[in-house]
Design a protein around this ligand. Structure first.
Ligand code: URA
Length: 263
């Protein structure tokens, strides 16, 4: 997209807009080899070469953030040596090199999976101290009792240690999330539950529900921290909006600051 030269220079971090105008007036800025002094001049960052004092100036690439509504049957990996379907094939990796998933969902789990090119933010979101809530909806065998709910709330013992407290709610058939995992209604002795966890251990939700006697038959994640799918259909992805990006980046900044404080 063409933009005013002084705006381009400011966005590239060369100087403020006023400072950039001064550089232009001083004849220090060239576009495609020609000195440009006129304030109304425009450049197209995709095609024009801008230099200041002979050094090429480029706009910093902004990190990419998107969410995928992962379908069943895809592995959360960017490549698979056996050629099995993986999530890399569903997101725009050519347009955004370096894109990778933040955390993982099992092959048979559907729902929200965040991708980014920003390693700091990914690290922050996965860090145990962040306590990023993940909300799942599950079709389970049987009907969890008040005692099961209480056990999950307090934390259950798994083979790799106790879990942090989780919240479990039983969903009614008129709940939109109910239909995501039981489109034709819950059959036989099954129920639909919503569960919020903030850890990210392997098969965590399935193991937690199994620990209180309820095998998971279908699992879908509908929220990851502040992010939801917001109408993104199964197999599709959407870019995050500015508010969502700000929320994620501030998590990243806080973690890096805390790390710096400790060092
Ligand atoms: N917990 C699970 O058991 N599976 C997932 O895919 C995600 C959380």
């Amino acid at each position: 997209m063409p933009m005013r030269l002084q705006r381009f220079l400011a966005r590239a971090g060369v100087a403020s807009r006023r400072g950039s105008e001064k550089l232009m007036t001083a004849g220090r800025v060239c576009v495609n080899g020609q000195v440009v002094r006129e304030m109304g001049s425009k450049v197209d960052p995709a095609v024009d070469t801008v230099t200041v004092d002979g050094s090429v100036v480029r706009l910093a690439e902004r990190p990419c953030y998107l969410v995928l509504n992962k379908p069943e049957g895809y592995l959360t990996t960017m490549s698979d040596p056996y050629g099995r379907p993986c999530v890399a094939g569903l997101v725009p990796t050519e347009r955004y090199p370096g894109l990778f998933p933040v955390g993982r969902l099992d092959g048979d789990t559907t729902g929200i999976l965040l991708f980014t090119t920003n390693g700091n933010v990914a690290q922050a979101l996965l860090h145990p101290s962040r306590h990023v809530d993940k909300h799942y909806v599950a079709l389970v065998e049987g009907s969890p009792s008040a005692k099961d709910v209480e056990r999950l709330r307090r934390g259950v013992m798994l083979d790799d240690g106790p879990t942090a407290p989780a919240e479990l709610t039983l969903l009614a058939p008129d709940d939109a999330l109910f239909r995501v995992v039981a489109p034709e209604g819950a059959r036989g002795d099954t129920s639909v539950v919503g569960i919020t966890v903030h850890e990210g251990r392997k098969h965590q939700v399935k193991r937690m529900l199994a620990a209180v006697g309820h095998k998971v038959l279908v699992l879908h994640r509908d929220a990851f921290g502040p992010l939801t799918l917001r109408g993104c259909r199964r197999g599709a992805w959407r870019m995050l909006d500015d508010d969502e990006v700000r929320a994620l980046e501030s998590l990243g900044k806080n973690l890096n600051k805390e790390k710096g404080d400790k060092e």
